[in-house]
Ligand binder design. Sequence first.
Ligand code: GDP
Ligand code: MG
Length: 178
Amino acid sequence: DFLAPRASSAQKVILLGDLGVGKTSLRRRWAGGEFPFTADVMEADLAIVRVELKPKPQDATLTIFDTAGLERWGRFRSACHPGYFRRAAGVFVVFDVTCRQSFQHVQHWMYEVDSAVPFCHRVLLGNKADLQNHVVSEEEAQELAEAYGMTYLATSAKSERNLSEALYAMACRLPAPE
Ligand code: GDP
Ligand code: MG
């Protein structure tokens, strides 16, 4: 019996959210700074980043998939991009705290998650929290997250607010890699 060794025990995490909320900026931040950078590959339609976490309870390697802007062409549906969702252990649903519409669309993204990867761990991120003109309150966001059983964090790819906390919130709730 010979099984090829697993390429990695990395866990797949996908980014979802409207165009312009800051998904790519978050991914880029996570690829640098205090988190060891392994690879940043621009495929035809995906960008992949590996993030290693050292804190307790365990190290984790997340492979964070970015939509690479495909949501520009209309709603990014799991039916149209099944490979993006396939075997995702976690999802970051991102909205922009200064854009009401991106918050209202969280339900669309949750619908896609429920259809494609119902058992994945979800973390809601209200990004661009560094800006002054918030139109979505912390309370509202918390309430929505609670309704979906998600953790909520207000983040900023600019100021790096809650970026490591977001990775930790994701990594510590993922099942151990196979
Ligand atoms: P994506 O379409 O979701 O991948 O969003 P991008 O990462 O391309 O970001 C869209 C725009 O928002 C860019 O001009 C970013 O510089 C800006 N942006 C992203 N994150 C933040 C943030 O946390 N704060 C601020 N002020 N701007 C941000
Ligand atoms: Mg992008």
